[in-house]
Design a binder for this molecule. Structure first.
Ligand code: NDP
Length: 409
């Protein structure tokens, strides 16, 4: 298994830990995508446990005001803004704070390369690839929320992790759940992994209604508060398709061994089936601070303010089969995984472009999966589904696929 095999309780990076892996010195932490939903949840936990963390770098794309506020609160060493147009504001807001302000993609990579014990990789989309690779190269722990690293760059990213000796711990709730349910198990006894899906805001909508679904409705996730891009992916269920690809790279399973079940309450996050008939599941309320805390504190656990489950109050947990007719995105993602090579990277790039077009109201809700599938077909006929050997190959395939997707949008 990639994650648990690479994740070690010992300390390869000079972090002080007792023989049981319990940290005794503050953990040096960088948060890439600090102003986003995952970034804010991470820093909420940091604020509640200030003695455990020392914040190194924080980053954002455009939100200079919030980035400066977070940098001051957490006494970050560096704050990086992606958009150069926001740099003057950031510098101004941080003057006299002791935090160094920087801007642009190169500065982001430089900040991500600063030595840390843990990097929360929470930039949304393929924009997170280069900084997360840079963080992986410095060899600390990567708490991975940016699923695009595994979807677009799967094997290339895992090679980078293996080469640097970094630890990879998943943050996505389903993968964190699988990581927990797989702990200490015999990989040969693993039969299948079942990822749960809430079904999103349109779970019960018919096709005709889906064809008219507007972004404001699609952004209303019933259980989770997340960024805009992943909220749309949850509505189309492309998010579950991306998660199948993510699970394929993280765990010792074939893609046929990864199933999806719709579970509207989002309480059971993943189930792991073993050859003796046992099923191990991880449960918790839909609050990302649980999986985030696990990624930060593994192999120990951190106290969080997450609401405790009340099973009696919940009364019942329900499960349904996914409907690939109304939500074809999972099938499209599975086909891309089966094609291999650059296909998942093309899938991700086309999906990012299609989601942006939908949010701009340039295409309809049902067009998202159709356009993604059409981009992959067009890429195949142009001979673009080749093997990717380096981050440069991944970024080139991503860029070319975006152009192709845009031409089809
Ligand atoms: P958000 O949209 O809420 O936040 C994204 C963060 O990335 C912000 O800090 C944003 O800065 C920054 N950012 C956006 N574009 C760029 C760019 N081009 N360059 C540098 N930084 C950029 O996203 P989420 O927190 O929801 O998601 C983050 C990642 O975690 C995604 O990959 C998502 O799939 C994954 N994930 C999220 C979950 C969730 O519950 N939210 C659950 C599981 C996985 P700014 O604020 O300035 O725009």
């Amino acid at each position: 298994m990639t994650t648990s095999a690479q994740a070690r309780p010992s300390d390869p990076h000079g972090v002080q830990a007792d023989p049981h892996g319990v940290r005794t010195a503050p953990q040096r932490l960088s948060v890439l995508g600090a102003t986003g939903s995952i970034g804010e949840s991470t820093l909420d936990l940091v604020q509640r446990n200030t003695e455990r963390f020392e914040v190194v770098a924080l980053s954002a794309c455009r939100n200079a005001a919030r980035l400066a506020e977070l940098a001051r609160t957490h006494r970050a060493k560096i704050a990086v803004i992606g958009d150069p147009a926001q740099f003057a504001e950031l510098k101004d807001l941080l003057s006299g704070s002791g935090t160094r302000a920087a801007c642009g993609p190169e500065a982001l990579i430089e900040a991500a390369s600063e030595p840390t014990d843990c990097t929360m990789a929470a930039i949304v989309g393929a924009a997170g690839l280069a900084p997360t690779f840079a963080a992986a190269r410095q060899g600390g722990r990567i708490a991975l929320a940016n699923k695009e690293c595994l979807v677009s760059a799967g094997e290339v990213f895992l090679k980078e992790i293996a080469a640097s000796g970094a630890e990879l711990i998943p943050v996505d709730s389903e993968h964190s759940a699988a990581f927990q349910a797989l702990a200490g198990s015999d990989p040969k006894a693993l039969e299948r992994i079942v990822l749960t899906a809430s079904g999103g805001p349109f779970r019960t909508w018919d096709i005709e209604r889906l064809s008219r679904a507007v972004p404001e409705e699609a952004l209303q996730h019933p259980n989770w508060r997340m960024g805009r891009k992943i909220s749309i992916d949850s509505a189309t269920m492309m998010n579950k398709g991306l998660e199948v690809i993510e699970a394929f790279h993280l765990f010792p399973v074939t893609h046929e061994q990864i199933d999806i079940v719709v579970h509207p309450q989002s309480v059971v996050h993943c189930l792991v089936f073993y050859s003796d008939g046992s099923v191990l599941a991880q449960l918790g309320p839909p609050d990302m601070r649980s999986p985030i805390s696990y990624a930060l504190s593994w192999p120990t656990r951190m106290r969080t303010p997450v609401e405790r489950l009340d099973l009696v109050k919940l009364g019942s947990l329900t499960f349904e089969a996914p409907d690939e007719v109304r939500f074809p995105a999972v099938r499209v993602a599975r086909e891309a995984l089966a094609r291999g090579g650059a296909a998942p990277c093309i899938l991700n790039a086309a999906n990012e472009e299609a989601v942006a077009a939908y949010l701009d109201k340039r295409i309809g809700f049902l067009d998202i999966a159709t356009k993604v599938a059409a981009t992959i077909e067009a890429a195949e006929s142009r001979g673009m589904i080749v093997d990717l050997a380096s981050l440069g190959d991944v970024l080139a395939a991503d860029s070319e696929s975006r152009k192709l997707a845009q031409s089809l949008l």
